[in-house]
Design a protein around this ligand. Structure first.
Ligand code: LMR
Length: 328
C-alpha cells in the first residue's frame, strides 16, 4: 500500500513537471498602426487579458506599426500561419468577400453608435463568419473613427475642390469609386508608405481618422484637413481558421473571453482617442482644420452617394438596408 502511494506521488510529480514544462502557445498579433491608437491599445489589452486568463498557456506577442508586415503582406502571412492574429481595416478584405464593402460606402453610417448597432445586429454578426471558406475566422469588430480628408491644398470647401487631386486610398474598389465620383485620382497604397508619399508629393492627400492622422504625423506634411466625417475606419480581428479550430477548448474559451473584454475596452476608447488627437492637431498648428456647413456637406454627399447603387449588387441590398436602419 505504502509503495503504491509513493508510486502515485512520483507519477503525480512527474506529470505536473511535464505539464508545467510545456511551452506556452505563441500568438503573434501583427498590425499597422501605432501603440497609442484604438487598435494598438486593443491589441495590448488583449495580450494583458489573455495572459492573465491563461497563465503559462499562451504568450501574445504584439507587433505594431507594420514592424513585422505591411498591410499588403499581412493577410498572406496569416493564411500561411506565420502570424496568428490580425486586425485589418474592413476596407482591406476586398479579395476575400465583397460583403464587407458595405462599410466603405460613403456617408452610409452617420456615426460610431450606428456602426455599433449594425455590428451587434444579425447581419453584422454574420459577417464575422463570411470568410471561413477562405480560411479566415472573424473574432471581433474594433472601431477607430470617422474619416476626414487631408490635402496639400490650403482649403477644401466644395467637392469640386478635389477635382484632379491624387489621393492615397486603402486597397478597396469602393474607395476607388468614391474618389472617381469626385473626379479625383485614387491610388491604392500600403499604410506604411503614406507619410512619405504625402511628404514627397507622390499623392496630394488621403482620408483617415484623427487618430491615424496624428499618430502617423500626416498633419505635419499636409496643409489642411477637412472635417467631412464621410466614412469610417473599423477593423475585424481575425485568426487563421484552421489554427483557431485546432486550439484546445479551454484555450479557445479563454482567448474568446479576453477578446470580448478587449473589444469593449478598445471600442470605448476609440472616440476619446480621436477627440484627443484632433485637439493635438489643432495645438500643433501645422495643418489647419476646416469644418463644412450643412449646405456644403449636402453637395459632398450628392457627389459620392451614387457609389451605393454602383456596388449594391456586389454587397447585397439587405446589408445596405440594415446599415441604413442602424442610423435611427
Ligand atoms: C489605413 O490604411 O489607412 C488604415 O486602414 C490603417 C489602419 O489600420 O487603421
Amino acid at each position: 500500500m505504502k509503495l503504491f502511494v509513493t508510486l502515485l506521488g512520483v507519477l503525480a510529480l512527474s506529470f505536473s513537471t511535464v505539464v508545467s514544462a510545456q511551452e506556452p502557445i505563441i500568438i503573434k498579433f501583427s498590425h499597422v498602426t501605432a501603440d497609442n491608437t484604438p487598435k494598438g491599445q486593443g491589441a495590448l489589452k488583449f495580450k494583458e487579458l489573455a495572459e492573465k486568463k491563461l497563465p503559462g498557456k499562451v504568450e501574445v506577442q504584439v507587433f505594431p506599426n507594420s514592424q513585422l508586415f505591411a498591410d499588403d503582406q499581412e493577410m498572406d502571412a496569416l493564411l500561411l500561419g506565420d502570424i496568428q492574429l490580425l486586425a485589418p481595416s474592413l476596407s482591406k478584405f476586398d479579395r476575400y468577400t465583397k460583403k464587407l464593402q458595405v462599410y466603405d460606402l460613403p456617408f452610409l453610417f452617420k456615426n460610431l453608435e450606428a456602426v455599433d448597432r449594425f455590428q451587434k445586429g444579425p447581419e453584422g454578426k454574420e459577417l464575422l463568419n463570411s470568410m471561413r471558406e477562405k480560411g479566415i475566422q472573424g473574432l471581433a469588430y474594433w472601431s477607430n473613427g470617422m474619416k476626414q480628408l487631408s490635402t496639400s491644398k490650403p482649403q477644401l470647401q466644395r467637392p469640386e475642390d478635389v477635382k484632379g487631386l491624387k489621393f492615397r486610398i486603402q486597397d478597396s474598389d469602393v474607395l476607388q469609386a468614391q474618389f472617381k465620383a469626385l473626379e479625383a485620382n485614387p491610388q491604392k497604397m500600403a499604410f506604411s508608405e503614406v507619410y512619405q508619399a504625402l511628404q514627397t508629393g507622390v499623392v496630394d492627400g488621403q482620408e483617415n481618422t484623427w487618430s491615424n492622422i496624428y499618430t502617423q504625423k500626416f498633419h505635419e506634411v499636409q496643409q489642411s484637413i477637412t472635417e467631412t466625417n464621410h466614412g469610417v475606419i473599423l477593423y475585424m480581428v481575425i485568426a487563421n481558421s484552421d489554427w483557431w479550430d485546432s486550439l484546445p477548448a479551454d484555450i479557445q474559451k479563454g482567448l474568446s473571453e479576453a477578446m470580448n473584454e478587449a473589444s469593449e475596452y478598445a471600442n470605448k476608447l476609440a472616440y476619446e482617442l480621436n477627440e484627443h488627437d484632433r485637439q493635438q492637431i489643432v495645438d500643433a498648428g501645422r495643418a489647419k482644420i476646416h469644418t463644412l456647413s450643412d449646405a456644403d456637406l449636402v453637395e459632398w454627399r450628392k457627389k459620392m452617394e451614387p457609389v451605393w447603387k454602383q456596388y449594391e449588387a456586389d454587397i447585397g441590398k439587405d446589408l445596405i438596408d440594415a446599415a441604413i436602419k442602424a442610423n435611427n
